[in-house]
Each structure stands twice: as C-alpha cells, then as structure tokens.
Design a protein around this ligand. Structure first.
Ligand code: NAP
Length: 282
C-alpha cells in the first residue's frame, strides 16, 4: 500500500487526512513540529519536522509515494517539492484555497497561488485542493461564548457563506493522494448550501437542542475584537469587507463546486457539521 507523508498533520484538515489514509490502509508518516503534543493516531508514524524548514523533512520523504503539503511559504513549498522530487515522491497534493483561482486583479489568493506554482515548477505530479471558507472557522469565535453564555456576537447576521466541512476537504485530498486520475487538477471546494451567519447559529442551536442568542456587533466593535486577538488591521478590514457586502450584491452562486464531483458522495451540510461538533459547544 502507498506510503504517504502528511505535513500539517495536527491541523483541522491534516488530522482527517491522516485518518482517511489509515482507513484506506495506507502507511502514514505524519509530520509535526511537536510529536509529544501531537495526539496523532497509533497507526501513523509520527515524524518530527517543520514544513517551514523543508530540510527537516528530507528523511520523511525518502521512499514515499505521495505527500500532502500544508501551505507554508512559497519558498518552503519549493524546497519541499525539490526534496520530494529528489526522493522520488510520485505526487504532491497541495492544501490551497479557492482564492487561488480568483479573478484577475483579486490578490487575496496570491499566497496560495505562489505555493501552487512552486510545487508545479518542481515537475512532481500535483493536485491542488482549493477549499473555500471552512465550517470549522466558527469554532474560533463562537465555541467559548456558546458554551459559557449561549450567545454568538457577530456584526452581519445576513452575511452569506458557503462553508465546507473539513471532512470533505480531507476526502478529496485522500482521493488525490491514493487514486490515479487527479494529476493537474485544481479542485475548488465549497459547501452544498448558501447560509447566512444567523442560519449557522440556528443550526448549531438545533444540534445542541437549545436556542442561541445573536448579539449584533457594530463594524467597529467587530474590528476591535479581531485586532485584540492579533489579526493584523488590514486583514481585519478585508474580513469585514467580505461580509459587509451591500444587500443583494455579489451573492455567491446558489451552488458551487463541491467535494461530490470528486468523491461521488453528497457534500456534508452545516447541520451535519454542527452535529459532528456539538461537543465543542457544550
Ligand atoms: N480557514 C479557512 O477558511 C481556509 C480556507 C481556505 C484555505 N485555508 C488554508 O487552510 C489552512 C489551514 O488548514 P488546517 O486548518 O488543516 O491547518 P491548521 O490547523 O492551521 O495547521 C495545521 C498544522 O500545521 C502546523 N503549522 C501551522 N502553522 C505552521 C507554520 N507557520 N509553519 C509550520 N507548521 C505550521 C501545525 O502543526 P504542528 O504544530 O503540529 O507542527 C498545525 O497544527 C490555512 O492556513 C489556509 O492556508 C483555510
């Protein structure tokens, strides 16, 4: 069975890539900077390394068939891909972003596109997995206030989202790592539904069997919260601008590309995600 290297193995997607590969019977070398704290499954071989310093991964890549690359800098990605090529790795699957396929003049995906290009330049067969907004992002801002106070505080209750379940991202990555037929593909992955912020709160409440209050923040309060949590001011402004679209403009398509095109299974809904993560909100 295939031997696969997974960088970012302790991540929201990476852990599920490790699980999916093990379920499929692959041999997994799971890379982490801190093996002692990684909490990776017994079936994986845990390897100390830092994808930001690819030279630390040379031994892990030796004799591997395929590798999953968590997006570090483009320079590190180029170093990783060169080492993978020298080690005879047959394919690299890049965790990228839907923003990498953005329109001309949209620079939000520049970092991810640079990582993709660095891997493409290595000559190793590649597949790019390009998710949109993760469903799991709401854990960062909502899990603690829902647990402690039964409330979500956000600025734009009618902002539109098409978030994707991390299991769907991982399923596509695992398919590309293990199956033929994905060489040179860039898979944009969105969720199967367009939901408002308020819809997401309601669906988490339904999974928990309790009502969750929504407290609307002003734009300024939301900006301050981002900055207090270490988000650079220009990134905070960008995040707010994405959500603050005037009513009725730039509505995302009713349906976008989902994991189903690759896996053949319907993409997971937000209700499913909320049920999977109910324990995080209790
Ligand atoms: N969130 C979104 O909505 C979204 C949308 C599209 C694309 N993305 C892409 O997906 C990525 C997140 O994926 P994820 O949630 O699976 O990963 P994650 O949880 O952010 O991180 C994965 C693991 O990589 C290691 N790591 C993190 N930062 C690192 C760094 N600077 N240098 C070296 N190692 C680092 C850490 O492992 P150890 O500490 O164990 O080494 C971490 O647990 C984002 O960075 C972004 O590029 C995100």
């Amino acid at each position: 069975m295939a031997t696969t290297v997974v960088t970012g193995a302790t991540g929201r997607v990476g852990r599920r890539v490790v699980d999916g590969l093990l379920r499929a019977g692959a041999e997994v070398r799971a890379v982490t900077r801190d093996p002692g704290a990684a909490g990776l499954p017994d079936g994986a071989r845990v390897v100390a390394g830092d994808p930001g310093r690819p030279e630390t991964l040379a031994a892990a890549l030796e004799g591997a068939d395929a590798a999953y690359l968590f997006p570090v800098s483009d320079t590190a990605a180029a170093g990783f891909a060169r080492l993978a090529s020298a080690a005879g790795v047959g394919r690299i699957v890049v965790l990228s972003s839907v923003s990498a396929g953005g329109a001309e003049g949209d620079h939000s995906g520049d970092h991810h596109r640079a990582v993709e290009r660095a891997v493409e330049a290595s000559g190793v067969t590649w597949t790019h997995v390009r998710p949109g907004e993760f469903m799991a992002n709401v854990l960062d801002w909502w899990a603690a206030p829902i647990r402690d106070e039964g409330v979500v505080r956000e600025p734009f209750p009618r902002a539109l989202h098409q978030p994707v379940h991390e299991d769907d991202i991982a399923d596509v990555a695992v398919a590309a790592l293990l199956e033929d037929g994905h060489a040179g593909a860039a898979y944009a992955l969105l969720g199967p539904e367009v939901l408002t912020t308020a819809d997401q709160v309601r669906l988490i409440g339904a999974a928990l069997g309790r009502d969750i209050r929504f407290e609307e923040l002003t734009r300024e309060q939301a900006r301050r919260r981002y900055v207090e949590h270490g988000v650079p001011p220009e990134v905070a402004d960008w995040l707010l601008a994405v959500e603050e679209l005037p009513e009725g403009t730039a509505v995302p398509p009713a349906t976008g590309p989902t994991a189903e095109a690759v896996t053949g299974r319907p993409a997971r809904t937000f209700a499913q995600w909320a049920a999977d993560h109910a324990g995080d909100f209790r």
